[in-house]
Design a protein around this ligand. Structure first.
Ligand code: NAD
Ligand code: DAU
Length: 354
């Protein structure tokens, strides 16, 4: 069996659902259920005995030790993190606590467990750390995409905390021999993404008749990957990745934010036209930029293709259409996760932007 952390969040929940579609191997899913974690995401597994959910913190050493000795997983996959850049700017301390201290405590608990395995168990064991392309910093328009050898140059409290966690994972391999794998992925989109992030926020605001707030000039570039493709990549790295290696995962899909929002508007115009017959583009508003806003991310995903044969299956056109269809069909989900605390967050993040 495998232990997944953060499996009630966006990517983690997609991963657990996807895993149990492809395997019969059970999953213990440890998640703190912060604002971003939602058991609703796992509703399809309510009666599935292969899924065992535990509410808890990756930094709770006693709980982790108990889970490891009780369930004896052959792998731990660490998705748990504070993940939103804007929140890290408003309040970095949770990012330091979970992404750095939490990862450190998790690594230590896992190391103790791993040391107690027999030789075959130690050899077969894997700790897979799910990380981000943001650790590499920002690219200029003419720069080559991020390869695994690119220097770490994180610019936000979020990316700095993820960079620190990557360094800890690397060090636990080099110093203690812990069998680790790290993936650094570009921007994901798809079902169950919390509506604080660009794509679900724009869909929700459009349908609610609210402004579509574009930071700065809208020319910041991200490399978009459908979440299902990220899950496939993680499964492949777990299966065949070389120990201690990092793998960049991306969609070969660089697009400026304004183009993403135009695409969302065009699809909504087609699938759920506004009552007044106008385009959702009318709701676009340019607002004050994010401080320290990274200009461009782009992933060179040739290593994972060359060594592990992985390539994304979705194009942006197919993935975004599926995603919008999912949000249109699951507006009740958006309603349920948009609690009072979420509305407070919107006020914190957007009220001061002119
Ligand atoms: P998310 O915010 O949607 O989910 C994070 C999950 O972690 C939530 O369920 C939350 O409850 C849980 N969590 C937070 N702190 C915890 C703690 N201390 N102990 C246990 N659980 C805790 O994030 P996501 O977008 O699904 O990202 C998952 C991982 O993938 C993160 O590590 C993130 O850095 C990385 N990543 C995300 C993207 C992206 O585009 N979303 C891209 C690359 C990498
Ligand atoms: O690159 C991978 C990273 O992608 C992950 O590590 C992070 O966890 C994930 O949140 C994401 O970070 P970004 O900051 O790129 O994602 P976000 O959806 O917040 O923003 C995407 C782009 O859209 C970014 O350039 C900022 C811009 N934006 C975002 C919001 C929320 C806007 O213009 N307006 C908005 O309201």
């Amino acid at each position: 069996m495998i232990l997944v952390t953060g499996g009630a969040g966006f990517i983690g929940a997609n991963f657990v659902l996807d895993w149990l579609k492809h395997h019969d191997e059970p999953v213990v899913n440890l998640d703190k259920l912060t604002y971003a974690g939602n058991r609703d995401n796992l509703a399809a597994l309510a009666n599935d005995s292969r899924h065992h959910f535990v509410q808890g913190d990756i930094g709770d050493t006693a709980l982790i030790a108990e889970l490891l000795t009780t369930h004896r997983p052959r792998a731990v996959l660490n998705f748990a993190a504070e993940s939103h850049v804007d929140r890290s700017i408003h309040g970095p301390s949770d990012f330091i606590e979970t992404n750095i201290v939490g990862t450190f405590r998790l690594l230590e608990s896992v190391r103790q467990y791993w040391l107690g395995l027999d030789a075959a168990g130690r050899e077969a064991f894997r700790f897979l750390h799910v990380s981000t392309d943001e650790v590499y910093g920002s690219l200029e328009r003419e720069d080559a995409p991020f390869a695994e050898t690119h220097p770490y140059q994180p610019n936000s409290p979020y990316s700095a905390s993820k960079a620190a966690s990557d360094h800890l994972v690397r060090a636990w391999h080099h110093t203690y021999g812990l069998p680790v794998l790290t993936t650094n992925c570009s921007n994901n989109y798809g079902p169950y993404q919390f509506p604080e992030k660009l794509i679900p926020l724009m869909i929700a605001n459009a349908l609610a008749g609210k402004a579509l707030p574009i930071y700065g000039d809208g020319q910041n570039v991200r490399d978009w990957l459908y979440v299902g493709d990220h899950c496939t990549a993680i499964r492949r790295v777990l299966e065949a990745g070389s120990l201690g290696e990092t793998y960049n995962v991306g969609g070969w899909n660089e697009k400026p934010n304004i183009e993403i929002v135009h695409t969302i508007c065009a699809l909504l115009d087609e699938l759920r036209p506004r009552a007044d017959g106008k385009s959702y583009r009318e709701q676009i508003t340019f607002v004050t930029d994010r401080p320290g806003h990274d200009r461009r991310y782009a992933i060179d995903a040739r290593k994972i293709e060359r060594e592990l044969g992985w390539r994304p299956a979705e194009t942006f056109e197919t993935g975004i259409r599926k995603t919008i269809a999912w949000y249109l069909a699951h507006q009740d989900w958006v309603e349920r996760v948009s609690s009072g605390a979420y509305r407070d967050w919107l006020a914190t993040n957007y009220a001061h932007r002119s």
